[in-house]
Design a protein around this ligand. Structure first.
Ligand SMILES: [Zn+2]
Ligand SMILES: [Zn+2]
Length: 281
């Protein structure tokens, strides 16, 4: 009997993957962009065509391992015959022996090349995603397959638009008068401007949803929505005239205009009656 050990053996011929990082603006990520990037990668040697042998000389198959790069060693042990696999020491696992190594690659069959490659970033790409470009990485030795180029995407924050999945968010400050009387405001979306109708009596925190005005899905599944949260900005400073006008308004504003406030104080009153019942009642 006997068994084969898995140690040693021929190395994988696949070239290694390369990693690069690309930093995009919010708008580049949303609408897609083409980027030209300089990379240095290992390619098949142009002088020897990847054989590793100098022109005119040859590389011949290793006679010790027959080109497999591995040799089997049989050993007698007290338990029987054991067969083990070792890396061929004559060709160092390459499977071939070069008479005269190529002057460019010194026998590796590979050389380092600087390339400018064009990368198409799809619209809607997410921050932190990885774009794999198959076969754009390092070449493998002995005509092995080429590794991938992995593009790590990071996206800068936008001062206005916040993103969550394919939806877009921002807060829209409006005045107390706009909230009370209603208004029509031209507001930005990621690719246009639209008229947003603020109805009379709009409350602080109200959210408007603009369907389909969000970010295009990177896998082509439509577009997200845009959400606009209303923030009623109370005047931070009043001059004499404004203060006077607001005072006049306050005298006129009955509790019917403020049903929430009315309900709150009615509840307070009810609580007090319950916890302090009149002795004679
Ligand atoms: Zn060999
Ligand atoms: Zn070469």
């Amino acid at each position: 009997g006997g068994f084969s050990g898995g140690r040693g053996g021929r190395r994988s011929n696949r070239g290694s993957d390369m990693k690069i990082s690309i930093n995009l603006s919010f708008h580049e990520a949303v609408f897609g962009v083409e980027k030209k990037i300089k990379i240095k990668r290992s390619e098949e040697c142009g002088s020897c065509g990847g054989t590793g042998a100098e022109k005119g000389s040859t590389s011949k198959t290793c006679d010790q391992c027959g080109g497999s790069g591995q040799v089997y060693v049989r050993q007698q042990t007290p338990f029987g015959t054991v067969q083990q696999v070792h890396t061929c020491d004559k060709c160092h696992g390459e499977g071939k022996i070069i008479d005269k190594p190529c002057h460019t690659c010194h026998g590796s069959g590979l050389e380092s090349k600087e390339r400018t490659i064009s990368i198409k970033i799809p619209a809607g790409v997410y921050d932190g995603s990885i774009l794999p470009l198959r076969g754009q990485g390092n070449a493998g030795p002995n005509h092995g397959s080429t590794g991938d180029l992995l593009v790590y995407i990071s996206v800068r924050e936008d001062p206005l638009f916040k993103r969550s999945d394919d939806d877009v968010y921002y807060e829209l400050p409006i005045t107390y008068a706009q909230a009370a009387m209603g208004d029509s405001i031209v507001v930005p979306t990621i690719d246009s401007k639209i008229k947003l109708k603020i109805p009379e009596g709009t409350q602080n925190g109200k959210v408007f949803r603009l369907k389909g005005k969000g970010i295009p899905n990177v896998n082509g599944r439509g577009r997200g929505d845009q959400f606009i949260t209303i923030k009623v900005e109370v005047p931070r400073k009043l001059n004499r005239e404004q203060r006077h006008a607001l005072n006049e308004y306050a005298k006129l504003a009955g509790e019917d205009a403020h049903p929430e406030g009315k309900r709150f104080w009615l509840r307070v009153e009810a609580e007090e009656k319950e916890s302090h019942p009149k002795k004679d009642a």
